[in-house]
Design a protein. Structure first.
Length: 172
């Protein structure tokens, strides 16, 4: 039986899945959506190059799996993608794939409550893991700034670190 992977994991919460379709909501500016899509794709490329597993959370499992395959089709070094439908399934999916991460790097395209609940679940399942939330174009928010501040403050209290850019230190 092989060894367990203990390095970092890239966790995408409802990331953008398609390139030439309009966003499914009018709440998100198209320019913000496209910038987010490019950042996520770039991060997936880096994860593939560095052999970092990607945990991809989606509530629409079958539909989104096909769309993600289309989304990453142009990436030369595709990352290993571990699918989870809900944050509650992360621990089991990682255990099944022999992954015991010491660091999570989180990004996506989501309503704030989704990333919040995902990070809380990670903190409960992996209390010693470092957690970085990538912001800037990596995170396309729906909630107004006042609500965002509430979520950020709560995440800071449980030790989540925030970063505007994806740096090498996140994936090493």
């Amino acid at each position: 039986m092989g060894e367990s992977y203990t390095g970092p994991v890239f966790y995408v919460v409802h990331g953008p899945l398609f390139t030439h379709e309009k966003p499914e909501t009018n709440a998100l500016n198209e320019a913000v959506y496209i910038a987010n899509m490019k950042k996520i794709r770039g991060a997936l490329e880096k994860a593939g190059l560095m052999k970092i597993p990607v945990v991809y959370e989606t509530g629409h499992f079958d539909r989104d799996k096909e769309r993600l395959q289309k989304f990453v089709s142009g990436i030369k070094n595709k990352p290993r993608i571990i699918w989870v439908e809900r944050p509650e399934g992360i621990r089991a999916a990682l255990k099944e794939n022999m992954v015991n991460p010491k660091r999570f790097v989180v990004a996506g395209h989501f309503r704030d409550i989704c990333v919040h609940s995902g990070i809380i679940e990670i903190r409960n399942d992996f209390p010693d893991a470092e957690i970085y939330l990538l912001e800037g174009a990596f995170t396309a928010y729906f909630a107004p700034p006042g609500n965002r501040r509430y979520y950020r403050d709560e995440l800071r209290e449980i030790g989540v670190k925030f970063s505007k850019k994806l740096a090498r230190k996140h994936f090493v």
